[in-house]
Structure formats: C-alpha cells, structure tokens
Design a protein around this ligand. Sequence first.
Ligand SMILES: [Zn+2]
Length: 304
Amino acid sequence: MKNVHLDSYSAADIDTQVTKILRDLGNPEPPLNLEHVRELLRLARDYYSTADDGLFKRWVHSLKLAGKQIAERPGFLKDFVRNFQLDALCLFDEKRILISTELPTPKQRWAEGHEIGHVIIPWHGPISLGDDNYTLTANCHETMEAEANYAARRLLFLGDQFKSRAQSSAPGLSHVMDLHDVFGNTLTTTFYSFVETLDIAAFGLITGHPKRPGKDFDRKAPCRHFISSVRFDEQFGNVTDTQLYAIVESYCGYGKWDLGTTEQIISDCRGDSYVFQMQTIFNHYDALTLGVLTRKHQTVFPGA
Ligand SMILES: [Zn+2]
C-alpha cells in the first residue's frame, strides 16, 4: 500500500485541530499521554471482541446509524466490523472509542490515535460508520482514512516536535530507533512518520523478512507499505516498490536484526542517475528498509 500525501489545505486544517489540542494540554513533552487527550476531549475508551457478543452489545444498544437504532438490526455492527476488518471504531453519539481486544497491545496506541483523528476532524462525524446503504464511495473512504492517519501522526508525534528532532541528525535507522524510544510509538509507525517527514528524496519499505518470506508472500505485491517523501514522489515517480524490493533482496542477509546496507544507483523521471544509501533491519515483525538520496551519480569515463 502506498502512502498518500494530503493536499496542503486539508493538512493545514488538520494541523490547526491538533495544534489546539496540544496547546490545551500545555504543549507536552513526548511521549504523549493519550489518557490526557481523552480527558480533554471527554472521550471514553473501551474494548470489544467479535468473539464475545456480550462485550459488543454492551456498547451498541443505544447507537443510531442513519437514524435507525442499531438494536433494531441485531448483528449489524458486528458484521460491519468483521466485514471491514476493523481494529477499532468510534461511536460518535456516545463519544466512545472501541478497540479490538484481538489487536496486539503495541498497535492499540496507533488505533486509538487514528480514531481520535476521526473525532477531531470536523467533516468526518458519524459518516465514518458508513451510511445506511453503504453509499460512502471507496474513494471518499480512502481519503478519510488518509486524513485520520495524518491526524494520528500529528498527534502521536506532537506536531512539529517530531520533524525538528527527525531532522536534527543524518537520516538513518539508528536515529529512527532513538525517536521510537522518545515518542513511545511502535518502531514501524515511527519509521513511517520519519520517511514522510524528510525534506529530501527518501523512501521506506515495510515487508516481511526478504530471506525468510512468509506463506502469504506475493511476489507481485512484495511490500506491505511503500512510503515516500514528497521529494521522492516528485522526482522518482517512475520507480516502483517491486523494483526497490528486488534491490533489497539482492543485499539482505539471513540475520535477525541488521540485514544489510548498500549503495544503489537509481534513475529519476528525467533519466538522471542518483546514489541512494539503503539499509534494512528486521524487528521480528517487519523488515524496514530506508533509502535516502545521498548524491548525484558521476559517470567516470575510462582514461578521462
Ligand atoms: Zn478510520
């Protein structure tokens, strides 16, 4: 899945909402305490399990969807959650965020940030649950998800604080690990935000272990996520994640943590060649590859 860069107007509107929350919290130092955010927004947080009907019914008895009581349509919300494989959802009427107990604990923080994102973006509202006839188009849904993810990133990484720390030293995965410790978010979400934040041409790949692919590995779509900076998209829109993954496979070892590094020449849209520094680590769940443009490639002619 490729990351989506929001247009500057939408991003600025969301930034305004997040900045207000952070200001009301006294511009805290990282890591952000989500309990404080819930208190400020008067939000409740609970958990649900699609395997446990009781837990589910407890929260949806009074929920309305497009004017109808959910209770009149037994099983609707459960089917909804299951069909859309939701890790979390927000009951807007009740100001309550529900998180799946099946979601691993480290990922719950991101899921909560994402749902808070839906809550603080004024034009989302109850439509996030879909309307009565599922008329929410796929395109509209994708945009809303990208906006909620952007809001989550801005909130969990404390607005501009992350960018200034991310750009305080040379981009590399050891720096991403330091930021992961400071901001208290998973290494994968920290990595994702790091790549998006860079002002230089850079990309990130989130994949399985290149030398130990899982059973569900698909060679035609080898990357779970392909993240790129704005500069990379502008200059290297011709480069696909499949091409980049082939490079990763060529230099990675069988290791458990540090899988390898390389320097790779990559051509841009105009056919000019640039040198990228690439580095891959494996954190037991994901292989993270960071690629950063370091310099223009100079062709050396023999005898020149
Ligand atoms: Zn969402």
